[in-house]
Design a binder for this molecule. Structure first.
Ligand SMILES: *[C@@H]1O[C@H](CO)[C@@H](O)[C@H](O)[C@H]1NC(C)=O
Ligand SMILES: *[C@@H]1O[C@H](CO)[C@@H](O)[C@H](O)[C@H]1NC(C)=O
Length: 334
C-alpha cells in the first residue's frame, strides 16, 4: 500500500481499518513526483504462494442502481476488449503485462476474460448507502434472484458497479474501487469480486483522473500530453471513462492477488501494495508526479492510450511489469 497525500484522519483510517485495504486510492499518484514509471530500486513485489486467476475468467457484472444504456455500452465494450482483437495498442495488449504473473504451478494469468452475465439491481436492493460488506450481500442477491446470475466458484469473477447516486463506505474519501473475495457465510462460496463506483457527480476530481482534477490537491492539473490541462474523456463521459481505468486497475489486481495471498509488495498482508497500486497515475512513458505520460489524442482531442472493440478508445493506467521491473503499457515509447 502506498501512503498518500491525504489528511491525517485518512491515514489513520488506512492504517486501522482493515477493510480499507486492497483499494485503489486516487491521491497516491500525487506522491510519485520522483517516481517516473515506477522505480525498480524500491519495489519489492513478492509472490506469497497463493493462486492467480489462471482459468478463463467468467466475468459477471452487477449494475447496482440507475445506469443509462450508453454508460453500460461503453463499459461492456471495454470488457469485451480484453479478449478481442483491436488496433495496436489494444486493451488485450495492455492485459499482456498482467499475464506475466504466474502462480506456484507455473500457470499464467489467463488471457480469456469473457463477459458471461449481467444483472441489473435497479431496485437498490441494499439501499443507497452501502458498507463494505454490503457489496457481498449485493452479489448474494444477484445470484439468488429470479433470472439472476449463476454462482460460479470455479472461475467466476463478480464486478459490482454502483451508480452516481449510490454512496459506498469510503468512496470518494479514501477509495474509488476495491477488490476482495466473498465469505461463504454471506455469499455461500469464496469467489473473487471487485467493486467500482461511478464518480462523475460525487467526486470526479478524485476518482476520474486524468479527466478531472481535484482543486484541493494544491497542485496544478496534470499536463495532458504536450498541452496543459486535464484530458478530455475518450467516450465523452468523465465518470465512465474514469471508472474504466479503475476497473482495469481492480481487474489487474484481483487477477494477480485474488485471495490476497499471491502478488503484492510490503510486509503487511492487510495493507498490500499490488501490481496496479505501483503505477497509479502513470498512463504513458515519462508518467508520474501528476504527468500522465505520453498518451494519444484522437481527432477530437480526447486522450486515450489503448484501443478497444468497435473502434473504441480507452485510457487505462499502466501496471507493474515483473520482467522489466517497472511500470509498463503497450503505448510505451521504449
Ligand atoms: C507467463 O509468465 C512468464 C513469466 O513472467 C513469462 O515469461 C511468459 O511469457 C508468460 N506467458 C504468457 C502467455 O504471457
Ligand atoms: C461467454 O459468455 C457468453 C455470454 O455472454 C456465453 O454465451 C459464452 O458461452 C461464454 N463463452 C465462454 C468461452 O465461456
Amino acid at each position: 500500500m502506498v501512503l498518500q497525500n491525504l489528511p491525517c484522519f485518512l491515514l489513520f483510517s488506512l492504517v486501522f481499518v482493515p477493510s480499507l485495504v486492497f483499494s485503489w486510492k486516487q491521491n497516491d499518484q500525487f506522491n510519485q513526483a520522483k517516481n517516473y514509471e515506477g522505480s525498480s530500486d524500491f519495489v519489492n513485489l513478492e509472490y506469497h504462494m497463493g493462486p492467480v486467476l489462471a482459468s478463463p475468467i467468467n466475468l459477471y457484472i452487477i449494475w447496482y442502481g440507475h445506469w443509462n444504456p450508453s454508460q453500460q455500452a461503453t463499459i461492456r465494450d471495454f470488457l469485451y476488449s480484453f479478449s478481442s482483437p483491436a488496433a495496436y495498442p489494444s486493451v488485450a495488449d495492455w492485459w499482456k503485462t498482467v499475464r506475466l504473473y504466474t502462480d506456484q504451478t507455473g500457470s499464467n494469468i489467463t488471457g480469456s476474460v469473457n463477459l458471461s452475465g449481467e444483472f441489473s439491481d435497479f431496485k437498490y436492493s441494499h439501499g443507497g448507502y452501502l458498507g463494505r460488506l454490503d457489496i457481498q450481500s449485493i452479489i448474494k442477491t444477484a445470484v439468488t434472484s429470479y433470472r439472476g446470475l449463476p454462482l460460479n466458484p470455479h472461475n467466476g469473477l463478480y464486478l459490482v458497479l454502483t451508480s452516481h447516486d449510490v454512496q459506498v463506505q469510503d468512496f470518494c474519501r479514501a477509495v474509488c474501487g476495491f477488490h476482495y473475495f466473498s465469505f461463504p457465510t454471506i455469499v455461500g462460496v469464496t469467489v473473487p469480486y471487485a467493486w467500482v463506483g461511478y464518480s462523475g457527480t460525487q467526486c470526479p476530481g478524485m476518482c476520474a483522473y486524468p479527466f478531472a482534477w481535484p482543486q484541493y490537491s494544491g497542485k496544478p492539473p496534470p499536463r495532458g500530453n504536450e498541452g496543459g490541462g486535464i484530458l478530455k474523456a475518450p467516450n465523452g463521459d468523465v465518470g465512465v471513462d474514469g471508472m474504466i481505468s479503475v476497473i482495469a486497475h481492480e481487474l489487474a489486481e484481483v487477477s494477480s492477488n485474488p485471495l490476497v495471498n499471491a502478488w503484492y509488495a510490503g510486509d503487511d498482508p492487510t495493507a498490500p501494495t499490488e501490481i496496479a497500486d505501483l503505477c497509479l497515475g502513470v498512463y504513458g512513458s515519462g508518467g508520474g508526479g501528476g504527468y500522465v505520460g505520453k498518451v494519444y489524442k484522437d481527432s477530437w482531442g480526447n486522450g486515450f492510450n489503448v484501443n478497444g472493440v468497435k473502434g473504441r478508445k480507452f485510457m487505462v493506467q499502466w501496471v507493474w511489469n515483473p520482467l522489466r521491473r517497472r511500470c509498463y503499457g503497450p503505448n510505451a515509447m521504449d
